[in-house]
Design a binder for this molecule. Structure first.
Ligand code: PDD
Length: 287
């Protein structure tokens, strides 16, 4: 069976799925997106993803003419049609197709596309044992990275630099402060306290980040949402990252320097237990 995609109300083979070359997402990065994890055929944290998508659309004044209910049904339909139990679903909404002009087009309807890709979440449990390495890169993105737009060139270049250095992720640093990763949120642990950059305009408010904060609070763990410096990260007891595709991974090296013991620490292990239990609670998925 060919892989299937969704384009403006139709499900069709991925190879035939396309948008017009004057889609504003292509020409201006004038589009927002979401990536959700699907485990056991169920979408993890769907409601928060939907809330973030709506907020991003509102921030940019993009009008998406499909209500939450039908959108949810279409996303589920696409997942079911592809028949993948473990996958990620990518949803992108652009301002529409129009003759190239920077200012918003008058009446172009938004373009909504969705794709689904198989994803091996069990690898993330194996990586809990090994940990991953990050490098640092300057954060040279625009001032509203809280909006999840497809304008990701700085993120792309940072991730490529990480890949070339044999690292999993690049942590983006501005004024000595670690903001977040190129596609993940960044965390450190010091003296039992769990520290991550506050939301605002300088980071993407990650759904996995938010979920982890709630789980940590419920488990009586101390979370500090405050900026931390690269020096603090290098002197931390533990470090980790979170995202939809990497719900929690220990960061054991930063720019080649070991973090703490250089292996997965007790706080990350405890948090991983909470995170993966929550995944099981919501989706029934267990490795
Ligand atoms: N990335 N920070 C950035 C810059 C991101 O792009 C992402 C998500 C996150 C984590 O957010 P969440 O927990 O909602 O996945 C943080 C997605 C997965 C992507 O672009 O593929």
């Amino acid at each position: 069976m060919p892989q299937l995609a969704y384009v403006n109300g139709r499900i069709l083979p991925l190879a035939d799925a396309s948008l017009h070359i004057e889609d504003r997402g292509t020409q201006f990065g004038d589009a927002v997106y979401e990536v959700c994890a699907v485990m056991n055929g169920r979408i993890l944290d769907w409601d928060p993803h939907l809330v973030r998508l709506r907020r991003n659309l509102a921030e940019l004044g993009i009008v998406l003419d499909i209500a939450d209910g039908p959108l949810t049904l279409q996303a589920r339909r696409l997942i079911a049609a592809n028949g993948y139990a473990e996958c990620i679903i990518y949803m992108q909404v652009s301002r529409g197709t129009a003759k190239r002009d920077h200012a918003f087009p008058g009446a172009a309807p938004a373009n909504l596309v969705m794709t689904v890709r198989r994803f091996d979440f069990a690898q993330r449990l194996r990586q809990l044992e090994t940990g991953i390495a990050v490098i640092t890169q300057p954060d040279n993105r625009w001032g509203r990275v809280d909006i999840k737009t497809t304008g990701l060139l700085p993120n792309v270049l940072a991730k490529q630099a990480a890949k070339q250095a044999g690292a999993f992720e690049a942590w983006l640093v501005s004024d000595e402060t670690v903001r977040e990763g190129s596609s993940t949120n960044a965390w450190i642990v010091k003296d039992g306290r769990i520290i991550t950059h506050p939301t605002g305009t300088a980071i993407l408010p990650g759904i996995a980040r938010d979920s982890l904060i709630r789980l940590a609070h419920a488990a009586q763990l101390v979370v500090e949402e405050r900026p931390f410096t690269l020096a603090e990260a290098l002197a931390a007891d533990e470090a980790f990252l979170t995202s939809t595709t990497a719900p929690i991974l220990p960061v054991v090296r930063i720019d080649g320097t070991a973090v703490g013991s250089g292996s997965t620490g007790p706080v990350v292990r405890r948090l991983a237990e909470l995170v993966w239990n929550e995944v099981a609670r919501q989706t029934g998925w267990r490795a």
